[in-house]
Structures are given as structure tokens and as C-alpha cells.
Design a protein around this ligand. Structure first.
Ligand code: HEC
Length: 185
């Protein structure tokens, strides 16, 4: 065989086998070690400076994300009544807010509570969700203060799940505005 071809195959084979590594955690050669190995402590590495030896520290108790307002009513009957007394819709009744309220309703509520808010949403009428969703246009709901509906949406009610983590506070109020001004009309 041609000598040069043999040499080429040999070198190619050596390069091929040297590029493999049994240990996948080893990156192989470090070209820029000062960039590979950070001088600063990494989040999940140990730390000799801090008392518990960990870089990542648990936030101080009571810490909340910037801009977040914690919901302060308990998921009890009393909590709901208190929310009903103290919480008022801070938003103005505008076409834009109502439009947003409809969007939120159509995304998060319509499949259970129905297009008209009568509890006849597709999930229930199709027999997939057997427990009947409450009517949002009943006499009971007409008399309920906004704050109590806000409470049910935020923390859930009975068999209905909580929506506090999915719907922003201002969107919850727009939603209630929509229920009041369109569905309950
Ligand atoms: C998966 C189905 C489902 C979804 C989605 C859902 N609900 Fe409900 N909802 C229910 C059921 C079921 C009940 C009755 C719960 C019970 O009586 O235990 C209920 C009850 C309620 C009540 C009645 C509380 C009371 O005081 O009687 C309100 C208000 C309400 N839902 C509003 C909403 C709003 C607003 C949305 C959209 C953000 C929504 N729900 C989404 C199923 C759902």
C-alpha cells in the first residue's frame, strides 16, 4: 500500500481514538484555564467564607420577589369573608380592561364555567369533568362581593383549583369586571 496513505490512516486513527474519553465529565484539554476555572465562587460550590460552607444561601425568612404583593387571606370561610370586606377592585371600568377580562376568562375559565358563565362549559357538558362548575350568574354570585370572587380565583374554591399563580392580580380584577359587566348583565 502507498506509504503516505498508510501514514494518513494511522494519524487519522490516532486522532480519532485520542478524541474519545471514557469520563464524560472531563472536558479534555483546557485551552484557557483562567476562563475554565472561575475565581469567583459558583452558586453550587462550597464556600470557606460562609458559616454553613455553601455559596448559595437560603433567603432571609419573609423575603419576597421584587414587585410581588403576597396574598394575605387564609383559605378559610373567614378568610374569604374578610377578603370580601377589604378587597376592592382598584381598576377603572374601561373597554380595554373589559376586553382583557374577556381574554383571561376565555383562557382560564370558559372551558368549565361556560361561554355565558352558567357553569355549562365544554369540559362538563362533554362528561369529562363530572363535578358541575358553579354558575357565575346565579343569585348567590350576583350578591357576592368582588373580593370573595377574587379570593376564589386566587386560592381556589372547593374542587376548583387555585389560579393565583397563573393570573396576575390586575388581570384577576379585569376578569371580575368582565364577569360583573358582561356575564351577569
Ligand atoms: C377545571 C374546571 C374549572 C375551572 C378552569 C375554573 N373553575 Fe371555577 N369552579 C369550578 C367548580 C367545579 C366549582 C365549584 C366548586 C365546589 O363547589 O367545590 C367552581 C366554583 C367557582 C366559583 C364559586 C365560588 C363560590 O363562592 O361559590 C367562582 C367564583 C369561580 N369558580 C370562578 C372561576 C373563574 C373566574 C375561573 C377562571 C379563572 C374559574 N372559576 C375556573 C370549576 C372550574
Amino acid at each position: 500500500m502507498n506509504f503516505r496513505l498508510t501514514l494518513f490512516i494511522l494519524i487519522a486513527f490516532l486522532m480519532f481514538s485520542a478524541s474519545c474519553d471514557r469520563d464524560r465529565n472531563n472536558p479534555g484539554w483546557d485551552f484557557f484555564p483562567d476562563m475554565f476555572y472561575s475565581k469567583a465562587y459558583e452558586t453550587n460550590t462550597g464556600n470557606p467564607v460562609l458559616k454553613d460552607g455553601m455559596t448559595e444561601q437560603t433567603p432571609v425568612e419573609g423575603t419576597i420577589p421584587r414587585g410581588m404583593i403576597p396574598y394575605q387571606y387564609a383559605k378559610t370561610k373567614e378568610g374569604m369573608e374578610l377578603a370580601g370586606k377589604e378587597l376592592v377592585n382598584p381598576l377603572e371600568n374601561t373597554a380595554q380592561n373589559l376586553q382583557r377580562g374577556k381574554e383571561v376568562y376565555d383562557i382560564f375559565c370558559i372551558h368549565c364555567h361556560g361561554e355565558k358563565g352558567d357553569g355549562k362549559g365544554y369540559l362538563h357538558t362533554s362528561g369529562k369533568y363530572i363535578y358541575p362548575p358553579a354558575s357565575l350568574v346565579s343569585k348567590k354570585m350576583l350578591e357576592k362581593p368582588d373580593g370573595e370572587i377574587y379570593h376564589s380565583v386566587t386560592l381556589g374554591f372547593g374542587l376548583m383549583g387555585a389560579h393565583g399563580s397563573q393570573i396576575r392580580p390586575e388581570d384577576r380584577w379585569k376578569l371580575i369586571m368582565y364577569i360583573r359587566n358582561e356575564l351577569q348583565k
